[in-house]
Write a protein of this length. Structure first.
Length: 450
């Protein structure tokens, strides 16, 4: 069979993680890597006993070229008999609203789209070459040991079956099958840092070591093993040192590598961001004692062998929950929540017209009791749409909510708990299904000044 070696590596990755009967949805851009992954999984679905679907996210950033990519994916999936879902997103609006780069906005839109997919796994087509480029990118910007492990093969329900495959092998595989693919014109420019790494730095490194990508892959696997070991040691040490509230004790006896990880966990517990210089400063604080301002009203205070977080209360009060009104409801100054009730037919039209992830849609008939808007609160949890487990919102807030909006985050609750979290998503129990009759559309908008 053509591409036997590549297929075997992809199959090995699949069988390590995916169980028979599960559904794997491929993030299909139409580029060489994702087309290769689609062909591989389409050929392997019977052998592995899996169901294969695909999703294409149209960012609408390249005009006719974006539409060309979508049409290519539709045609290819039709030929391979793979169910395909097309999701349109408005990247430019999100970038403007959240004041972030187009690149970051596109990533947020993409992963928000993936969260709506009902599948056991989302498979992305990252390769060993991507992993090597990520390693270089993070070396340039600065990274911890964990950061240098680059792209993990499995992260939640995200699966990367081609991390052992190089880009050259992908191209050879597609050529052997005479399989066409599309090329994103922005990948041909050096506008983005990753493109400069790909076009300039990688070729230079490969002149020094033609097997650089393979060598980098071995290095990443080695770093991953050591990071995993240190992480487990740090978890055990943190459990022994943390008092359950705000303090670490007995940390002077820990190795500095473990001590710094415990400090990072303490900051994460308090939802505080950090970088390497801050961790090193706190590590010195542990040894000598003192007080250090972390952010605004938050301080780290230490005596030899112990450190705790001190938060000086701010005078402003957290707003109380308010009943949700159809129309406008205000929870925080400067923002209002807009709610609209519609039937399923109107909802389907709205999804086509309003391609913006600022709008969220809930099955209105599945809501229990009265709805009310609430600020974030400690221990908030919800089971997100498409998930089979309950998520602690604290981690999702750190990953998805802009820092400047975390204090004005909106939650929507009914009698049984949270049904929607701004920037994060909706609860699985109110997700629209094929038989949904009525929809609640909800969004948060900033009030215009003047």
């Amino acid at each position: 069979m053509k591409g036997d070696a590549l297929m075997r590596r992809v199959q090995t990755r699949l069988m390590e993680t995916v169980r028979s009967g599960e559904t794997v949805c491929i993030a299909l851009s139409g580029g060489a890597d994702s087309v290769c992954l689609l062909r591989c999984l389409s050929d392997l679905k019977q052998t592995c006993g899996i169901f294969v679907t695909a999703v294409h996210v149209n960012h609408h950033l390249r005009g006719a070229e974006s539409d060309r990519d979508q049409q290519f994916c539709q045609t290819l999936c039709g030929e391979l008999d793979v169910p395909l879902k097309i999701i349109s997103v408005d990247v430019e609006s999100l970038a403007k609203t959240q004041k972030i780069s187009i690149e970051l906005a596109a990533r947020r839109c993409r992963y928000a789209a993936f969260e709506t997919i009902a599948a056991d796994w989302i498979a992305t087509a990252h390769t060993a070459s991507d992993n090597a480029e990520t390693l270089i990118h993070r070396l340039v910007r600065g990274a911890s040991l964990h950061g240098l492990t680059s792209i993990p093969p499995v992260n939640g329900r995200y699966l990367r079956p081609m991390l052992d495959v190089t880009r050259a092998e992908v191209e050879a595989y597609l050529e052997a099958y005479s399989q066409s693919y599309v090329t994103d014109s922005t990948n041909l420019t050096d506008q983005y840092t990753r493109n400069r790494i790909r076009h300039q730095i990688m070729p230079a490194l490969e002149t020094l070591n033609p097997s650089f990508v393979r060598t980098a892959s071995h290095t990443i696997r080695s770093l991953s093993r050591e990071d995993d070991y240190l992480s487990k040691q740090a978890v055990a040490a943190y459990a022994a040192c943390f008092d359950g509230s705000h303090m670490l004790t007995g940390i002077a006896a820990l190795h500095p590598a473990i001590r710094i990880r415990c400090l990072a966990k303490l900051l994460e517990h308090h939802e505080l961001s950090y970088d390497a210089p801050l961790l090193e400063r706190l590590e010195q604080l542990c040894q000598h004692g003192g007080r250090w301002e972390i952010a605004g009203n938050v301080y780290a205070v230490a005596k030899p062998g112990m450190l705790w977080i001190e938060i000086i209360p701010e005078p402003q009060q957290t707003p109380q929950p308010v009943p949700l009104q159809i129309g406008k409801t205000r929870l925080y100054p400067g923002f209002f929540c807009r709610a609209q009730r519609m039937d399923a037919a109107a909802w389907k039209k709205a999804r086509i017209v309003h391609k913006n992830f600022a709008n969220y849609y809930l099955d209105y008939d599945k809501i229990k009791g009265d709805l009310f808007l609430s600020p974030r609160f400690p221990g908030a949890r919800m089971r997100l749409s498409g998930r089979n487990f309950t998520t602690l919102l604290k981690k999702s807030i750190q990953a998805n909510v802009p820092k400047e909006r975390r204090d004005t985050l909106h939650l929507l609750c009914d009698a049984e708990g949270i049904v929607w979290a701004e920037f994060i998503g909706i609860a699985d129990r109110v997700a629209p299904r094929a038989d949904t009759a009525h929809i609640l559309c909800i969004s948060v908008q900033a009030e215009e000044i003047g």
